[in-house]
Design a protein. Structure first.
Length: 338
């Protein structure tokens, strides 16, 4: 039954390598199971969404009933209530079974019943001599993340953001002012369509505005809306021109073939992302940037580039003269791309 499935999932080591590898051929299912482990603290709308996703993975024809139920549930303010609160309304014998599981997890896996974040687990081992004069401790943090490559994310019919933020009841977004200029109206419309409270904090994304004082301004603005480090942030990333340049450097090092290099460049180009920018013509600026990277990385460049395709290697030596030469060669190469 549903209770047995949820209780069993709550006791599984969903962040372990073995668990991940067991579902390596169905990452959407893995993503769902990792969240279901924490069902006890989830809003009931999030549990409904996850159960629909689970049904979709098991039997593609079955989630219609779940989707209809979720849609109806999300229209009620009660959709934000946590399962541990909703369970109190179950028959006493059923509620007792859930409470027994919570008591078990409190000793066996406290994070499963008292998570500060469902995307992070902490562990520790502390040993001491009998008189506690010497103590040895090991502490660790494991973080899970999901990366999605998707199109038409701001189309209201796309539920990627809905599934994430509807159960939370709101979204507080830090938005680059250039992104807001081009997509601000679409972002506003998406959350308005789904009746999700939306707060947009617009800040400059210029390099000159990336000092510590600007970070402080963002943090103060987020704190105003009760967002702290425990909230699972969601970040949008883009492929930079450096990815294309890295593919070329890997090719000249003999780590990827010419065909593989062009495969990478074509993917970037087909996604309508820039392979080159005029700022890269400034040899002195590029070299100064590389020196800053070396300083930041403890005296090493260790530039991550393909070695081979699909794996990461590190290029650690690139002189000022060779950097300029490779950049000019790269510019000539990618000028043939649209």
């Amino acid at each position: 039954d549903v209770r047995y499935a949820l209780v069993s999932l709550s006791r599984l080591p969903v962040f372990s390598h073995d668990f991940g590898l067991a579902f390596k051929d169905d990452l959407d299912l893995l993503h769902t199971l990792k969240q279901l482990k924490y069902f006890w603290n989830l809003p009931q709308s999030q549990l409904a969404i996850l159960m629909a996703n689970l049904a979709r993975r098991v039997d593609p024809a079955s989630p219609e009933a779940f989707d209809a139920f979720t849609e109806q549930l999300c229209q009620s303010p009660a959709h934000l209530r946590a399962i541990k609160e909703v369970s109190k309304e179950l028959p006493s014998d059923m509620h007792a079974l859930y409470m027994d599981n919570a008591a078990y997890l409190e000793d066996a896996d406290a994070h499963a019943v008292y998570p500060t974040s469902i995307y992070r687990q902490c562990d520790a081992l502390t040993l001491a001599t009998k008189d506690a004069s010497t103590i040895e401790a090991v502490m660790s943090t494991t973080i899970t993340t999901t990366i999605k490559i998707a199109r038409k994310v701001l189309d209201p019919s796309n539920h990627l953001l809905f599934d994430m933020y509807k159960p939370l009841g709101r979204c507080v977004a830090v938005v680059d002012d250039k992104v807001d200029e081009h997509y601000g109206a679409e972002i506003d419309n998406y959350f308005a369509t789904h009746n999700i409270e939306f707060t947009k904090l617009v800040f400059s994304g210029n390099e000159v505005d990336k000092g510590i004082e600007d970070v402080e301004r963002i943090l103060v603005a987020m704190k105003k809306y009760s967002v702290d480090h425990q909230d699972g942030g969601h970040e949008g990333l883009a492929v930079g021109t450096c990815m294309g340049f890295g593919a070329y450097l890997s090719f000249v090092e003999g780590w990827v073939s010419e065909e593989e290099m062009h495969r990478i460049l074509k993917v970037i180009s087909d996604c309508e992302l820039s392979l080159y920018h005029p700022v890269m013509d400034d040899d002195q600026m590029i070299w100064k940037t590389q020196m800053a990277i070396v300083e930041k990385r403890g005296g090493n460049l260790c530039a991550p580039i393909p070695k081979p395709l699909g794996f990461s290697g590190y290029l650690n030596d690139l002189s000022e003269e060779l950097l300029a030469q490779r950049m000019h060669e790269y510019k000539d190469l990618v000028s043939k791309y649209p």
